[in-house]
Ligand binder design. Structure first.
Ligand SMILES: [Zn+2]
Length: 224
């Protein structure tokens, strides 16, 4: 749960919710429901537990009962990040808390850059994650599939081969990119990605190379 300040977070200074801290069994052991409010602890009767953390919570509840301010109402706090709670609701922070996080790839800047066309960037992202139905991917699903390149019959069709390294594709890439990349021109997949990530080069040049890279995947998609 994101929006509530649960009693463990309110009483202990651990700022984690009950479930994370104790699991489901903890709530049962304590006799306090998962979504109990801080206020509910006032009527809690102390027990002895085998689990150390539960005894610690009992101690904290006792301290809270002694020090509580009767006039103070419960408040709702929004979780922002792992160890922070705040009163203000911020969509971005809540989204970061509830979303499933995946690995960040260092090449993301080469694709999701300023003024990139989102549709182009999306198709390129799919290609970079190696999720296009190339021979090398299809053979993982079915070993009997013909994994060779449809253009030059090279035995293994990879993304890098199909769009850049294959002699037919290389002609297109060469015509588009050689003038911009000049002495750094390459049709080698990993070399191209390295050039795309090199932020030391001229900004306009970098933008043009990146945009050309995106357009390669998109033109193939439209042709079908
Ligand atoms: Zn080929």
């Amino acid at each position: 749960m994101v929006g509530k300040r649960y009693f463990t977070a309110g009483i202990l200074d651990v700022e984690k919710n009950t479930e994370e801290l104790l699991g489901n069994g903890g709530c049962m052991g304590m006799g306090i429901t998962m979504n109990a409010k801080v206020e509910d602890c006032i009527h809690h009767r102390r027990k002895n537990h085998r689990v150390v953390i539960l005894n610690r919570i009992e101690v904290e509840i006792e301290k809270f009962k002694e020090n509580r301010n009767v006039e103070e109402d419960d408040i709702y706090l929004w979780r922002s990040g792992n160890d922070k709670y705040r009163r203000k609701f911020l969509t971005t922070e809540t989204w970061q808390v509830i979303r499933k996080k995946h690995q960040v790839y260092d090449w993301h800047k080469a694709i999701w850059f300023k003024n990139a066309t989102p549709k182009y960037a999306f198709v390129t992202w799919v290609a970079m994650r190696d999720r296009l139905s190339t021979g090398s991917r299809m053979v993982q699903w079915n070993a009997n599939v013909d994994a060779s390149c449809i253009l030059c019959q090279t035995p293994m069709e990879t993304v890098g081969h199909l769009f850049f390294e294959c002699p037919f594709s290389e002609q297109i890439w060469r015509n588009l990119a050689r003038g911009v990349m000049r002495e750094r021109y390459t049709s080698n997949w990993s070399e191209i990605v390295r050039v795309l990530m090199d932020e030391k080069q001229d900004k306009l040049q970098l933008f043009t190379i990146r945009y050309l890279f995106l357009s390669i995947f998109n033109s193939s998609e439209e042709e079908g």
